[in-house]
Each structure stands twice: as C-alpha cells, then as structure tokens.
Design a binder for this molecule. Structure first.
Ligand SMILES: *Cc1c(COP(=O)(O)O)cnc(C)c1O
Length: 402
C-alpha cells in the first residue's frame, strides 16, 4: 500500500482505519469483467464494510447491494443504489424488516426457511403485494474455511436443503403473493478453494433446470460471495477461473448471475493504524501495548485471525512479542508470538487487510469511541467517519439518569 501512514496519523490522530478506494475499484472491475460473457449483478455484501462513502463508491461503479438487515438496505438506498439492485438476505428477518423491504420494492428477498416463506407470504398479502423471492439452498458442501465463517453445511443454520427448496418453490408458484425469481447459495467466507464453490453452484444450477421442467423459471442465480483475500500468504482463487467454472455449470440457462462479494472487494484495501503506548516484559514475555484494541478490530480475538503487522520505525532487531491493546481481557490481542522490532512511545503499528469485517464489528467496549475512518482516492485523503467522542458514546443514556 502506498499510503503515508505517518502523515495521516498527524492529521487525524490514532487509531484510524484507512481504505484505498482505487484498490476497491480494481477489485470490482476485475470481478465484473470476469463475468462479461453473461448478464451479471455484483451485489456488494454491505456488512463487510458499511461506511456510506464505501458503499457510494461501489454504487458509482454500478454495484448493487446484498444486505442482511433493513438498516443495511437503507444505507444502500441512501447513497444511490437503486432498489432493483438490492437483495435482502439473512437467516432471521424481523416482520417489520420484511414489510419495509416489500414497501421499498427491492429486487428480492432471500428466504432461508419454510417458516420464513410463510411469513413473507402473509406480510405480502397484508400489503396486497407480490413478493419477489429467492430461496437460499444449503448444498451441504464443506467450503474448507474457518468453522465460524462456514455456512454451506447442513450443520450450519443457513438456507434449506434441496427437497425443502423444491417444495417452497411449488408453494410460490401456487401463491398470489409470492413470485419466485431467484435461487441463492453462499457456502462460506474467505474461500481459497475453487472446487467447493463449483460443486455447490452446480447443485444449484441443476435445481434451476429441474424447476424449469416444473414451469418455474427463475431469472437470477445468486452464487453468493466468499472469495478470500490475502491476510498472510494465501493463494487466492483467480477471478477469471472463478467466473469460468461458474459459467460452465450454466449451459442452457438464460439467467442473470448475481454475485455477493464483501471481503474480496474491500478487505485488502484497508489498514488499521494504531500507535505504541508502552512496552513491557512479564517474566520472559515481551508485550507491545498500542492504543488500538479488540473493540476496534476483533478478528484476532474472534477467529484467531492473523493480520500482517508492520512497525514503522528503523529498528532492525526483531524479537518475539505479543501485540496487545489496553482492554481488560486476555483476548485483547492483535498478534501473539510475533517477531517485531523494539519500539518507542508513539511509533506507529499498521495492521494490513483491515478493510472487511473490522470496523463493522467494532464496539464501544471499555467506553472507547469508534475510531476515525479515512479514504484515499486519486492520492488524496479525506475523512469518511469522524472519531466518536465521549458525548457520542453516552448520548442515548444521558437523559435517563435519575
Ligand atoms: C456475508 C455474506 C456475503 C459476503 O461474504 P464475503 O465472504 O464477505 O464475500 C455474501 N452473501 C451472504 C448471504 C452473506 O451472508
């Protein structure tokens, strides 16, 4: 990344997130280009990074949005994504969310259970509408990724099995208030193997052909997201190979491909920058304590994830240490048993690959305000979210003090 982290630290203080918008553009364009042989919609999975300026940047490139709450739908609409490019997914949608999604006339609701289909039908009937739906199929494929981000096995809570899906499509066909337009699968995240993706898309494409024989003709096949990024030394799936193997499963089908990438569009665009507060040694263990913490970036604590770390100083002597934040939890670490140079107070520490599932998972634990977010575009930096103040954090409580 060609970013002057020190200059940004002087201008915006630390900790902060910075995102390279030109990298996001490159990621979007290469995926869109890989599918150019077909009609396709790249629906950005907003939960990866839901900053309004990030969504707007993707909207301007032509992206749609894959949303998992009505709040995300509203974010997408707010920055100009048109309703017919918005999908509403998620295993537990609230009645009010379904109602609002129908009123907003988005492209489709991804339904994840037979019970949910009944809810959507009832609510659509009350509103005198025909709900465009797609059904999330769980193809029972092991995506070979971390268990917490694996979603395509029957033991996971997501989607329905093939037989249930078929019954649900027939219910749709016979309903005045349901319009089956799509089919969906998403087997997991941070995928680096193509075979499981190909197998699951093939299962779904075969089901589309079966349904067609029943006079249920779908317009959209949503192959989910899940493409991995580089955190460490991962070998990634080439997007052209990805598109090619997806397209191969679709012979004979006149259908629009929908793809819902989150991480792969924004993950490698981002960095999280904090500064060294202190070093200390407990027994024989060396610790570097920085001003950022697990409330800002929880992936190491949550998934034991690793992010590449760089200390910005000139020391050449690296020794083993743990890189930790100030929070009162032993889970508050960014890296363990890692070789880093000796540091001084105020040295900057960069964690790379922090554009996805980092800021969006931040909390106010320990009454720490969420940090600033910065965009770099055409070599220029700009603030895209202010650092939260103490007043921001207490704003919704203050009036209730008795
Ligand atoms: C989270 C999610 C995605 C995005 O996954 P990435 O690994 O970030 O690409 C896509 N679709 C659904 C339904 C999701 O829940």
């Amino acid at each position: 990344m060609n970013i002057d982290f020190k200059e940004l630290a002087n201008k915006y203080q630390t900790p902060y997130y910075v995102y390279d918008f030109d990298h996001i553009t490159t990621q979007y364009e290469s995926l869109k280009g890989a599918f150019k042989a077909r009609k396709s919609l790249i629906a950005y999975a907003v939960k990866a990074n839901s900053n309004l300026s990030v969504i707007k940047h993707l909207a301007q490139l032509g992206a749609g949005a894959d949303c998992v709450s009505i709040g995300e739908v509203k974010r997408a609409l707010k920055v100009g994504i048109v309703p017919y490019k918005i999908i509403f997914s998620g295993v537990g949608k609230i009645d009010s969310e379904i109602k609002e999604a129908l009123e907003l006339d988005i492209l489709m609701i991804n339904v994840e259970s037979a019970a949910e289909l009944n809810r959507v039908e009832t609510i659509a009937k009350e509103l005198d509408k025909k709900a465009r739906i797609s059904i999330r199929v769980n193809p029972n494929i092991d995506p070979q990724t971390h268990p917490y981000i694996s979603t395509g096995l029957h033991e996971n809570k997501f989607g329905v099995d093939i037989d249930t899906a078929k019954r649900m499509y027939i219910q749709c066909k016979n309903s005045d208030n349901l319009d089956p337009v799509g089919i969906h699968c998403h087997i997991g995240s941070q995928l680096t193997e193509l075979t499981p993706i190909k197998e699951s898309v093939k299962i779904v494409a075969d089901l589309v052909r079966n349904l067609s024989a029943l006079n249920i003709d779908l317009s959209f096949i949503d192959i989910g997201g899940g493409l991995g990024i580089v955190y460490d030394d991962e070998v990634l799936i080439d997007v052209n190979d990805y598109a090619q193997s997806v397209l191969e499963t679709m012979f004979g089908l006149d259908i629009t491909i929908v793809c819902e990438p989150g991480r792969s569009l924004v993950g490698n665009s981002g960095a999280f920058v904090s500064k060294v507060l202190y070093e200390k040694v407990n027994g024989s263990k060396r610790f570097i304590i920085v001003d950022g913490a697990m409330n800002d970036l929880i992936r190491p604590a949550l998934y034991n994830a690793s992010h590449k770390v760089e200390v910005l100083n000139d020391n050449k002597e690296f020794t083993d240490c743990n890189l930790v934040g100030p929070i009162c939890e032993s889970g508050d670490f960014f890296a363990k048993n890692i070789e880093l140079p000796q540091t001084e107070h105020n040295d900057l520490v960069v964690l790379y690959s922090a554009g996805a599932y980092c800021f969006t998972m931040a909390s106010n634990y320990n009454t720490r305000g969420k940090v600033a977010e910065i965009a770099i575009e055409d070599g220029k930096d700009r603030l895209i979210r202010k650092r939260e103040t103490f007043e921001d954090i207490i704003a919704l409580e203050e009036e209730f003090i008795k």
